[in-house]
Design a protein. Structure first.
Length: 232
């Protein structure tokens, strides 16, 4: 982060410019108001650009609650009661490492490497998103492991695109919606999943241009409301 990304006021409040990594891929521009290392509030993009519409959603504006939540895990905890009771005690990092090593060795020696299941998730689409690759490499050196198949986030979409087009790298940018003649939104809710902050904006511009948009979804989503046909 460069110095130009931070502004400081007389009351000690700093405004840090950043982007969202809150597990959606929108990467919305943020202005984070911080004092004494505590987030006071979060605001969205203040750059006037009518063609971008990079509007931060409520999920991202509430990120302060996620960062400073009293139940956020900050150190190792060990379960001391029955599962589901929520009974834990704090332990040292050394004890945590020793426990993990002991259980891994026992499981491998007793049941084999295939009994070790690896599933990683960070709730983050920034640098931590690929963090699972490091533990996967470690477990490969340990002799192997079992894991889930495909992408737990968007495997359905990936499979559909691969089946139809042969590659996931197809299509056009959202700015090209205006050149469409007919748009089908099949189980797609960009108002919730984001993954492109201004996607809904460009879809609405396409609707205003007279392009027919059909939503196919068992859920009554926001796009289903916005793009529903008018009864005559």
């Amino acid at each position: 982060m460069s110095a130009q990304d931070v502004s400081t006021f007389d009351d000690g409040v700093k405004v840090v410019r950043a982007t969202s990594a809150f597990d959606c891929g929108g990467r919305c521009p943020l202005r984070i108001y911080v004092k004494d290392n505590v987030i006071l509030r979060i605001e969205g993009d203040d750059i006037e650009d009518k063609d971008e519409q990079l509007r931060t959603c409520l999920r991202c504006r509430a990120y302060r609650q996620y960062v400073h939540h009293p139940d956020r895990l900050k150190y190792p905890l060990k379960r001391v009661g029955p599962k589901g009771k929520g009974e834990f005690e704090r332990i040292s990092w050394d004890e945590a490492y020793e426990t993990i090593i002991e259980r891994l060795n026992y499981t491998k020696d007793t049941f084999g490497n295939s009994s070790i299941f690896l599933a990683s998730g960070s709730g983050n689409l920034a640098s931590l998103h690929g963090g699972g690759a490091h533990i996967a490499r470690l477990m490969s050196l340990f002799g192997g492991y079992s894991t889930d198949y495909g992408n737990i986030s968007s495997e359905g979409a990936v499979y559909a695109v691969m089946t139809h087009y042969g590659s996931v790298y197809v299509g056009h940018s959202r700015e090209d919606f205006l050149n469409s003649k007919f748009i089908i939104m099949w189980g797609w809710d960009p108002a919730k999943m984001i993954s492109g902050t201004n996607t809904m904006y460009h879809l609405i511009k396409a609707k205003e241009a007279g392009i027919k948009i059909v939503v196919v979804d068992p859920r009554y989503t926001d796009p289903a409301v916005v793009f529903r046909p008018k009864l005559k």
